[in-house]
Design a protein around this ligand. Structure first.
Ligand code: GLT
Ligand code: MN
Ligand code: MN
Length: 389
């Protein structure tokens, strides 16, 4: 497989160190792949043609590394970036693996844990910025509960807000050119995670002191886990100017967080997502937050990574074909046809318009009787996706 769908120079495809570096440990089984060093992962990403690499502080520097070890790792990582041309567009903090965070980080009931989480995040922001990151993701994996007896949700919200306000001010104080992107997930690893959907995050952001520097990082699988329509959340985020980053992967509805290769499960949803991102001109990172099946060795991991990127490129081409397909476009035009009869009522409110609209007459029965050709449009879309038109 090497053709125009393989990643081309100038692509914006990124992978986290934890994605292609995933060693295949799960709650029921031990690792199946050897741990690569961060530098080795960068070389792998360079080989498959990715643009960027993202990391949690501890993907790069282990939580207990000595200053000398940390310096050595950074040196090797920077050399790998320079050798491959791979860049670091995004970084984040691991606030979920260490036992200290078992009851959350910014929302923990323990003020010492909350303070430690802030300290760890400030250090991780410094590290991310040093390596070039301009987006900083917050996924509150442990910010939740198993029982609401343990934590007051109002108090948790206040703590989360206070932490983000503090960190926004820290970034400004340092003069960093960095924006925050909040990532929602409904559950796993906690029984319930606060601010469980992208829509909830969007509402929360408006309550922050520096809301202008905070947006969202929606992930396909996280809305789909909750049985929701991911595209609609992405569209809302875009409409609000808040789509700062996106995590692409796939997932069957209602399952645990599967983090499958982009497009592997819901091809049609993936198509409408790519079409949307291309139509509106989203120009941020296209981050594949996914990992290879546990069955794979590192050759399979490369197949996985290339598969994610090819899927995006193929769906992008399909979106172009959809826009160029005369029959499809004729249906789209018919669906959106406007006979001009309502022109006098359109746009902003005025008392005259309201009065005119109140006295207008509508043929309610005819409106209800009109057929809408959505069956044909959907079938044509699927046939285009399946390559028969
Ligand atoms: C973790 C999670 C992801 C987040 C990452 C950022 S880590 O894999 O499941 O969705 O984006 O912390
Ligand atoms: Mn996920
Ligand atoms: Mn993610």
């Amino acid at each position: 497989m090497s053709d125009k769908y393989n990643p081309q120079p100038g692509n914006r495809f990124t992978f986290g160190l934890w994605t292609v570096g995933n060693i295949g440990r799960d709650p029921f089984g031990e690792p199946v792949r050897k741990q690569l060093t961060p530098a080795e992962i960068v070389y792998l990403l360079g080989e498959v043609g990715a643009y960027g690499v993202n990391f949690h502080d501890n993907d790069l520097i282990p939580i207990d590394a000595t200053p000398a070890q940390s310096a050595q790792i950074k040196k090797e990582f920077k050399k790998a970036l320079a050798d491959t041309g791979v860049v670091v567009p995004m970084a984040t903090t691991n606030l979920f693996s260490d036992p200290a965070f078992k009851d959350g980080a910014f929302t923990s009931n323990d003020p010492n844990v909350r303070a430690y989480a802030l300290q760890k995040t400030m250090n991780a922001i410094d590290l991310g910025v040093e390596l070039g990151a301009s987006t900083y993701v917050f996924w509150g994996g442990r910010e939740g509960v198993e029982t609401d007896a343990s934590k007051d949700p109002l108090e948790a919200g206040k703590r989360f807000r206070e932490a983000l306000n503090f960190l926004c001010s820290y970034v400004k104080d340092q003069g960093y050119d960095l924006r925050f992107a909040l990532e929602a997930k409904p559950n796993e690893p906690r029984g319930d995670i606060y601010l469980s959907t992208t829509g909830a995050m969007l509402g929360f952001i408006e309550t922050l002191e520096h809301s202008e520097m905070v947006g969202v990082n929606p992930e396909v699988a996280h809305e789909q886990m909750a049985g929701l329509n991911f595209l609609h959340h992405v569209a809302q985020a875009w409409d609000m100017g808040k789509l700062f980053h996106i995590d692409l992967n796939d997932q069957a509805f209602g399952r645990y967080d599967q983090d499958f290769r982009f497009g592997a499960v819901n091809l049609k949803s993936a198509f409408f997502l790519v079409k949307f991102l291309e139509d509106v001109g989203y120009d941020g990172s296209l981050h594949f937050d996914a990992h290879a099946y546990r069955t794979e060795d590192y050759e399979g991991v490369k197949d996985f990574a290339i598969g994610c990127m090819r899927m995006y490129a193929i769906l992008k081409e399909k979106a172009e074909r959809w826009h160029a397909d005369a029959e499809i476009q004729a249906l789209v035009a018919a669906i959106n046809a406007d006979d001009g009869k309502t022109d006098a009522f359109k746009g902003a409110y005025s008392a005259d318009k309201a009065a005119a609209l109140k006295s207008a007459s509508f043929d309610r029965v005819a409106m209800g009787a009109r057929g809408l050709p959505y069956e044909r449009l959907d079938q044509l879309t699927l046939e285009l996706l399946m390559g028969v038109r």
